[in-house]
Write a protein that binds this ligand. Structure first.
Ligand code: NAD
Length: 670
C-alpha cells in the first residue's frame, strides 16, 4: 500500500502487528495512576469503541498494559509505518486542497524532528497533544482525505467526531481541546479525564496543528530582548543579559541574545541540555568555573562582543558571584521551569544535579524545602543587583509566584497611602508581557504571524521572505512613529532569517506584524500564488498573541480593569474567525501556563491565489487582530486606544466603544 492508500484506509480492518517500545525515542513520562478500578474499565471501554468487536479480545490486554505502564492508552500498535513529516501538499490524498494542507500541518506536529514525544503524539511542553491516541490520528487523516468543501470536520480534544455538512466559506475543521465545565478544570481533572480518553491538553499550537519548531520561540525571545533593552534605554552592544535554562524554550535565549547583539550568560545545571545547545550552535561558549566566567564576561562586555556563554552550574551562583565581583547586569530574567517546581523544573543551589534528582524521588519534602531556600537566595541576590540598577523581569515561568510562595522578598511595597492604583502589581518586578510585550507589541496589534509554504520548497520560503520584507519596508515609509521600532525590528529579522537557518520541519516563517502588516503580506502572497511564482501558503499564528489568548498572568497580564480573569476575548475571537473565513479554528483550555489557567485559540488559513482567499484573508485577519486591540483599549491601555482609533479612521465600518479616562485626583480622593 502506498502512502495515499494508507492514509485513506484510516484504522486498518486487520490489526497491524504490535510495535516494540523504542527506547531511543524521547518518550512522555509515566502519567499519574489516577483512575479507580471501575474508571479503568471505563477507559478501556472508551478505547475499544474505535475498533470492531472482533478485535477487542486482542486489544484489551494490550490497552490495559499501556494504561498500567504509562498511565494512558496510546494504542502504540496503530502507529503508522511511514515516515512522519510535512510532505509537499501534492503528496496528500484528498478532494479539497484545504484538507490536504491540514494533513501536512498535522504530520509536521508529529515529525520526530519537531515533536517532543512523537510516539505519545505530544508536540511540546511535556503534554501538548495533537491526539490522545493513534486511532484518532488515523481516523482524522482519513476524514481529511475524504472531505469536500461542503463539509466540516469536528474535533473534540483529538477525537474526530465526524464530517458534518457545511459550506465552502465555513472552516474545514473546528478544533476544541480540553474544554471543561469550569469547576472540573484542575490539574488532577486533566489527569483523570485524559486517562479516561475524553479530553486532552492541546497546549497552544500542538493541538491546533500550527507548531513550527523552535523558530517561533527564537523570534519571540529576540523581540523580548530588543524591547527589554529599549525599555531601559540601552543599546544591546556592550550590555549584559543574565538568565537561566537551556531547555526546550529557554534554550532560545542565547541565540536570541546573539541576534540582539548583547553578551548573554545563561546558567544550566543539566550538562546534557548544555551540550545539546552548544552542539547545535545555539550557545557559543561553555564555562564551568565562576572565576573564569567572571573574567570572560568582563572582557566581553568591555569589548562589546556579541557572545553567548553557558555557565555549567546553578544560576543562583551566578547572581551571587556577579554581585560580589561587581559585574553590572543590565537585563536579568529566569527561565527555569518553575511552573513545575517540585518535579525537576527547578534545581536548588547547593545540591549537584544528581543529588537533586535523587532527593526529588526519595525525599520530596526535603527537596521542596531546598527549592524554597534556593528561591529565597536567588531573589535576595537579584534584589541586590536591581538595587544597583539591573532591570529584572519574570519570563512567564512563574518565578515570582513560586519565589513569593517560598517567602522571598519579591512582593511589591504595600500601597501605604491606601489610594487606588490604576495599574496595581502584585510583585516587585514586572512580567515580560506587563512591561514589554503587552504595551510595546500586543496593544499596537503586533503579534506572531506565521506562514508555511505548502509546496515544501525552500525556494518558495525564500520568495515569501523577500515579499514580506518588501511589504514591511514599504509600509514603514508611512508608519506612525509609535510603531516604527516594531517595523524595523521585523524587517531586520526577516532579512536575517535565511542566514539564521531557523527551519526545522515544514518550510515556515514567523514575524511580528500588526493587522495591516498581516493583511498586506498575506495579500502579496496570494497575488504571487495567483501569478504562479509560489505554491499555496498556509497562514497562522501562535496563540500567544493580541486577541487569541486570555491568560491573566501572561498574555493579558497588562490588562488592569479586572477583566484579565475573563475569557470573552478568546471565545469571541475564535467565533469571529470561524465565520470570517478561517480554514480551521481551535480553542483550548490550557497552553503555556497550565490547565484551567488560560483559554487560548488560533486559526489556520490556506491561500490558493483565488479571489475567495483574498476576501477571506482581508476579513478574518482584520478581526483577528482588532478584536484584541479593542478589548485592550477598553481596558484603558493608551497604546491600544491609539491603535484602535487609527484603525477606525482608516475603516469607517469599524466602530469601537472607547473608554473615558477618569481624573486620578478625583478617584483617589474618595
Ligand atoms: N521563552 C518564552 O517565551 C516563555 C514564555 C512563557 C513561559 N516560558 C516558561 O519558561 C520555562 C522554561 O521552559 P522550557 O521549555 O525551557 O523548560 P525546560 O524544563 O525544558 O528548561 C528549563 C531548564 O532550566 C534548568 N534549570 C532548572 N533549575 C535551574 C537552576 N537553578 N539553575 C540553572 N538551570 C536550571 C533545567 O535543567 C532545564 O534544562 C517554563 O516554565 C515555560 O512555561 C517561556
Amino acid at each position: 500500500m502506498n502512502f495515499k492508500e494508507q492514509i485513506k484506509q484510516g484504522i486498518p480492518a486487520e490489526l497491524p502487528s504490535p510495535k516494540t517500545y523504542d527506547p531511543n525515542i524521547n518518550h512522555a513520562p509515566k502519567r499519574k495512576d489516577i483512575l479507580s478500578p471501575e474508571e479503568k474499565k471505563l477507559a478501556l471501554r472508551n478505547a475499544l469503541r474505535y475498533f470492531e468487536s472482533k478485535h477487542h479480545a486482542t486489544l484489551l490486554p494490550e490497552f490495559q498494559n499501556e494504561l498500567e505502564t504509562y498511565g494512558r492508552i496510546y494504542m502504540y500498535r496503530l502507529r503508522p509505518e511511514y515516515k512522519m513529516y510535512a510532505r509537499p501538499v501534492s503528496e496528500y490524498p484528498g478532494k479539497c486542497e484545504q484538507a490536504k494542507a491540514i494533513q501536512l500541518m498535522v504530520q509536521n506536529n508529529l515529525d520526530y524532528a519537531v515533536a517532543q514525544h512523537p510516539h505519545e503524539l505530544i508536540t511540546y511542553g511535556g503534554n501538548g497533544a495533537v491526539f490522545q491516541n493513534w486511532a484518532q490520528y488515523l481516523l482524522t487523516m482519513k476524514y481529511l482525505s475524504e472531505m469536500t468543501e461542503d463539509q466540516t470536520l469536528v474535533m473534540y480534544s483529538g477525537h474526530p467526531q465526524g464530517l458534518f455538512p457545511s459550506h465552502k466559506d465555513a472552516p474545514r475543521v473546528v478544533v476544541t481541546n480540553g474544554m471543561m465545565i469550569p469547576n472540573y478544570s484542575k490539574q488532577d481533572d486533566w489527569e483523570k479525564f485524559n486517562a479516561l480518553g475524553v479530553t486532552q491538553y492541546g497546549q497552544m499550537t500542538a493541538g491546533s496543528y500550527m507548531y513550527i519548531g523552535p523558530q517561533g520561540i527564537v523570534h519571540g525571545t529576540t523581540i523580548t530582548l530588543l524591547n527589554g533593552f529599549r525599555k531601559i534605554n540601552k543599546d544591546t552592544h556592550g550590555c549584559l543579559f543574565v538568565t537561566s535554562g537551556l531547555g526546550g524554550m529557554s534554550g532560545a535565549q542565547p541565540k536570541a541574545g546573539n541576534i540582539a547583539g548583547c553578551v548573554t550568560v545563561c546558567a544550566e545545571v543539566n550538562k546534557k541540555a548544555t551540550q545539546t545547545r552548544h552542539s547545535q550552535g545555539w550557545v557559543d561558549e561553555v564555562i564551568s568555573d565562576l572565576d573564569k566566567l567572571t573574567s570572560r564576561v568582563k572582557e566581553a562586555v568591555a569589548n562589546k562582543e556579541t557572545v553567548s556563554i553557558a555557565y555549567d552550574g546553578n544560576v543562583v551562583e551566578v547572581w551571587e558571584k556577579f554581585d560580589e565581583e561587581n559585574v553590572y547586569i543590565d537585563l536579568g530574567s529566569d527561565q527555569t521551569s518553575l511552573h513545575n517546581p517540585w518535579a525537576g523544573g527547578y534545581y536548588p543551589v547547593g545540591l549537584s544535579y544528581e543529588e537533586a534528582n535523587e532527593m526529588m524521588a526519595n525525599n520530596p519534602k526535603a527537596f521542596k524545602t531546598e527549592v524554597q531556600k534556593s528561591l529565597r537566595r536567588q531573589s535576595e541576590a537579584i534584589n541586590k543587583h536591581t538595587a544597583k540598577g539591573t532591570y529584572f523581569f519574570d519570563y512567564g515561568n512563574a518565578f515570582l509566584l513560586e519565589a513569593s510562595r517560598a517567602g522571598a522578598d519579591v512582593m511589591a511595597e504595600p500601597n501605604l497611602s491606601g489610594r487606588a492604583q490604576s495599574r496595581p502589581s502584585q510583585f516587585k518586578y514586572p512580567s515580560y508581557v506587563q512591561d514589554i510585550m503587552g504595551p510595546m507589541c500586543f496593544d499596537y496589534g503586533f503579534g506572531p504571524f506565521r506562514w508555511v509554504c505548502a509546496s515544501g520548497k525552500p525556494e518558495d520560503l525564500a520568495i515569501t521572505d523577500q515579499i514580506a520584507c518588501e511589504v514591511l519596508e514599504e509600509m514603514k515609509k508611512t508608519s506612525p512613529s509609535e510603531i516604527q521600532q516594531q517595523m524595523s525590528d521585523n524587517i531586520q529579522w526577516i532579512k536575517g532569517a535565511q542566514e539564521n537557518k531557523l527551519v526545522v520541519g515544514s518550510q515556515a516563517r514567523i514575524l511580528y506584524a500588526d493587522a495591516e502588516g498581516r493583511i498586506n503580506i498575506a495579500s502579496a502572497f496570494n497575488k504571487a500564488i495567483e501569478e504562479g511564482k509560489i505554491g499555496m501558503v498556509i497562514l497562522g499564528r501562535d496563540h500567544h498573541d493580541v486577541s487569541g489568548t486570555d491568560s491573566p498572568y501572561r498574555e493579558t497580564s497588562n490588562i488592569y480593569d479586572g477583566s484579565q480573569f475573563t475569557a470573552d476575548m478568546a471565545i469571541q475571537n475564535v467565533i469571529g474567525d470561524s465565520f470570517r473565513g478561517a480554514t480551521w479554528v481551535s480553542i483550548h483550555n490550557g497552553g503555556g501556563v497550565g490547565w484551567g489557567e488560560v483559554i487560548n485559540g488560533g486559526f489556520g488559513m490556506v491561500l490558493d491565489g483565488s479571489k475567495d482567499a483574498q476576501r477571506r484573508l482581508e476579513s478574518m485577519l482584520y478581526w483577528d487582530v482588532n478584536n484584541g486591540i479593542s478589548r485592550r483599549s477598553w481596558a484603558r491601555n493608551n497604546e491600544a486606544v491609539f491603535a484602535i482609533k487609527r484603525a477606525m479612521k482608516k475603516n469607517p465600518m469599524l466602530q469601537v466603544t472607547l473608554p473615558n479616562f477618569v481624573d486620578d485626583e478625583l478617584i483617589n480622593n474618595i
